[in-house]
Design a protein. Structure first.
Length: 140
């Protein structure tokens, strides 16, 4: 089966969130670099490094979890020809319980190689809702 080619970091990000919402492990792993240097910090979890460890954390995360929807807000982007860093806020709402939601702050780092763009590092942490209401900080 040919490997998916992602032409832009945005293509990888869209595929990542689609795989996450569907809890599709095979689709999730197509977005990751097949490298021992990849790293994933799951909300509230340890730092996992290496393709096999990242695959295992997603496999466990997808087991027996409720179906949910995700909406993201892009907070910032840093780009160069071979690396792009996206900082986002993810709004998770559980399908069976519309009033139950979670906010996650995530940093996704994408790199470009011979096989197109791939996700190399993801760090995600829970965010208390009141933290988003504070507005931007301005230093004088």
């Amino acid at each position: 089966m040919p490997k998916t080619f992602f032409a832009t970091p945005q293509d990888v990000e869209a595929a990542f969130y689609e795989a996450l919402e569907k809890a599709d492990l095979e689709a999730m792993m197509t977005v990751w670099c097949e490298d021992e240097e990849v790293a994933c910090i799951y909300p509230g979890g340890p730092r996992m490094t290496g393709y096999a460890a990242v695959r295992e954390i997603w496999r466990r995360g997808f087991e027996n979890r409720p179906r949910f929807h995700i909406r993201t807000t892009l907070l910032s982007t840093v780009e160069n020809p071979f690396t792009t860093v996206h900082t986002v806020v993810e709004y998770f709402s559980i399908e069976s319980e519309p009033r139950q939601a979670a906010l996650i702050a995530a940093t996704n780092i994408y790199i470009r190689g011979a096989q197109g763009w791939r996700l190399a590092v993801r760090h995600a942490s829970p965010v208390p809702p009141e933290a988003l209401d504070e507005g931007p900080k301005i230093l004088h």
